[in-house]
Design a protein around this ligand. Structure first.
Ligand SMILES: [Zn+2]
Length: 303
């Protein structure tokens, strides 16, 4: 079965959740970028978080970008997702290798080091919304949790996991985002009920095994959320497919080349050799012949 995200609510609509299984898209990213084990985990986690945050967008045209600038050996990560949970991304240094942590887990935190997480939401306004928070652990789930708490001021639990198999392929990947919605207009009794529910959910989350170990036991996103919400009337609203997808085209790449400026393009023309441009997200090659480059400058003059 292909990757998907479920969206739903619980606790009389006062909690909303997104839960995803993403093995295929994490594995696709690994194959495209030839990531080493730790970058497979880092990129897979950010793609999973990005896919779910894409699925949070309200309008079909909305675009979400997660960018991590950091001083660790991975050098940074970028993930872009749309509202249909099409997601793509890359790591600046995908091939790095690091010794595992004492508990045997891949050391994503050390790969990232210190840095900033930027959340860019393009919702069709003149300027995109940009939220930024410092990385907390560099393990990505905690960093997204911190972003939601600080920038969006929504208490949120984020769990993300990628299990890399002995042969370096992705064995399991998935995650969930659980958000407590502001409890406005509640009676005293309801407010108390709400507080009790939050306490209970926090206890259950603390006792939860990692996402990938739950998946190893055969649990799908549905069962994970059922285990979390049990008696809190969970409702799954819908289920949407999520996949690794790049929408690059010669035209888009052309715009990128055109934006480097006339002087640099003229230098490329003077070299009199075709220029190869690779899409950072899918590694597709685009060849620009000298004649193509000349045309780019011409267009520039007309504009
Ligand atoms: Zn591409």
């Amino acid at each position: 079965m292909s990757d998907y995200i479920i969206r739903g609510t619980a606790g009389k609509g006062r909690v909303r959740f997104f839960a995803a299984t993403t093995r295929e898209l994490a594995e696709t990213a690994r194959q495209i970028h030839h990531t080493g084990r730790v970058a497979t985990a880092a990129l897979g986690r950010l793609l999973t978080g990005g896919a779910m945050m894409g699925a949070m967008c309200k309008n079909e045209q909305d675009l979400l970008t997660l960018q991590i600038r950091c001083d660790g050996p991975i050098g940074g990560l970028v993930v872009t997702a749309d509202a249909s949970a099409n997601v793509k991304g890359y790591a600046v240094h995908p091939g790095i290798e690091l010794p595992p942590k004492e508990n045997g887990k891949l050391d994503v935190g050390a790969a990232l080091g210190n840095g900033i997480l930027y959340v860019v939401k393009d919702i069709g306004l003149k300027e995109p919304y940009i939220g930024q928070t410092e990385l907390v652990t560099g393990e990505i789930a905690e960093d997204l949790t911190s972003y939601f708490a600080i920038s969006e001021q929504v208490p949120t639990a984020v769990a993300l996991g990628v299990l890399v198999d002995k042969n370096d392929t992705v064995k399991q990947a998935g995650g969930f985002i659980v958000q407590m919605l502001p409890g406005e207009g509640m009676s005293q009794e309801e407010a108390l009920e709400y507080e009790n529910m939050i306490d209970m959910l926090e206890l259950r989350l603390a006792a939860f095994a990692s996402v990938t170990s739950l998946m190893e036991e055969g649990m799908q996103p549905e069962q994970m959320m059922e285990a979390l919400f049990q008696d809190y009337d969970m409702v799954i609203h819908d289920r949407l497919e999520t996949k690794y997808a790049c929408n690059c085209s010669k035209e888009r790449v052309e715009n990128a080349v055109a934006s480097i400026g006339k002087k640099d393009i003229q230098e490329m023309i003077d070299d009199n050799k075709p220029v190869e441009v690779n899409c950072q997200f899918c590694n597709k090659h685009y060849i620009f012949e000298v004649e193509d480059l000349r045309q780019l400058i011409t267009y520039d003059e007309e504009a």
